[in-house]
Design a protein around this ligand. Structure first.
Ligand code: SF4
Length: 324
């Protein structure tokens, strides 16, 4: 009625909102799709309703690792310029432990000022140590091959927009590789939950590969998942023989590589996209019905740091409320 009345005025053209004019909802591959898949209740309460508290601790962990790694690469590029000007020598190009400490401190201060804090001092030490190991172990080979970091990609999926951030785009031996740093250990494949977790991350990388292709025209040659917390085993100076053997196992668990020379992996992309689109439908259904009941309980690691564990029916009685 209002449109008809207003459109009598010839100079005034008001268009009715068509379905395809609607602003499409944006979904993040990690913050929405993977979070919902890990725990529907945690996602609903923390991301949709905004009841977040100790989630900040989890956010601290992931954000800090990503920020320091990105700054370390920036420091390397800066050092290359200094070397080209003859100010420093070749051996000083790779950032030192002291550089890692400084970059860690700066990134940590920024996060703390935004209220994103670590769980404890030990936690800070642990992550700092892990970043030093990464810098020593990977820096020399990896930093010169990074062609882009924190690359933002987005795709129109029809009903919704999907976006993600690729941690590092790396020039590999067989072409471009896309890397994602995971602030955790390699999933335990002896457990169903571990297998599902790895499959989710694999799907994440397959969808990144598709987004990369939509932007640049080709699939990357490989996707690499890097499990940062596997590095901690190497930090002990007094490893026994058994531990060293164990370490080799852990060392091989550092990276999970999806090779796109294998056509089977390209075929899997369709399944990954379908899986993500189904998850978006489920998220929208849960939002409409305000239903965040847990259908499948996640692993202990996830529940142990969840704000909702004391009141969550899925883990009823497992977490005691202790007096301060
Ligand atoms: S305690 Fe576990 S099951 Fe319950 S909301 Fe948190 S993560 Fe989900």
């Amino acid at each position: 009625m209002l449109f008809e009345t207003l459109n009598k005025y010839k100079s005034l053209k008001i268009k009715k909102e068509e379905d395809n004019d609607k602003i499409k909802q944006k979904y993040s591959i990690t913050a929405d799709i993977l979070s919902f898949q890990i725990c529907k209740r945690q996602y609903g309460f923390n991301t949709v309703k905004g009841f977040s508290n100790t989630q900040e601790t989890q956010e601290w962990h992931g954000t800090l690792i990503h920020q320091v790694l990105s700054r370390l690469h920036g420091k390397y590029l800066h050092n290359v310029k200094l070397k080209n000007k003859g100010i420093i020598g070749e051996k000083d190009i790779i950032p030192t432990d002291k550089d890692v400490e400084e970059l860690f401190k700066k990134a940590n201060e920024v996060l703390k000022s935004r209220g994103i804090k670590p769980k404890s001092r030990e936690n800070e030490e642990k992550i700092l140590n892990l970043l030093k190991i990464f810098n020593k172990r990977e820096g020399k080979k990896l930093y010169p091959r990074i062609v882009d970091s924190e690359l933002r990609l987005q795709a129109d999926m029809g009903d919704y927009m999907l976006y993600g951030v690729i941690d590092a785009v790396v020039e590999g031996d067989e072409g471009i590789e896309i890397w994602d740093y995971k602030g955790m250990k390699f999933p335990d494949l002896n457990r169903d939950w571990g297998k599902k977790k790895l499959k989710r991350y694999e799907y994440q990388m397959l969808v990144y590969a598709e987004l990369y292709k939509q932007r640049f025209g080709n699939y990357p040659s490989k996707c690499v998942l890097y499990f940062m917390n596997e590095l901690t085993k190497e930090s002990s100076p007094n490893r026994s023989e058994a531990e060293s053997n164990e370490n080799r196992r852990f060392s091989s668990n550092l990276k999970y590589v999806i090779d796109f020379n294998n056509k089977k992996n390209i075929d899997k992309i369709k399944d990954a996209i379908e899986d993500f689109s189904n998850t978006v439908k489920k998220i929208e259904y849960c939002k409409e019905n305000n239903n965040w009941n847990v259908e499948e309980k996640p692993d202990k690691e996830t529940c142990d740091v969840c704000d909702l564990r004391w009141s969550c029916p899925a883990v009823k009685g497992k977490y005691e409320i202790k007096p301060l």
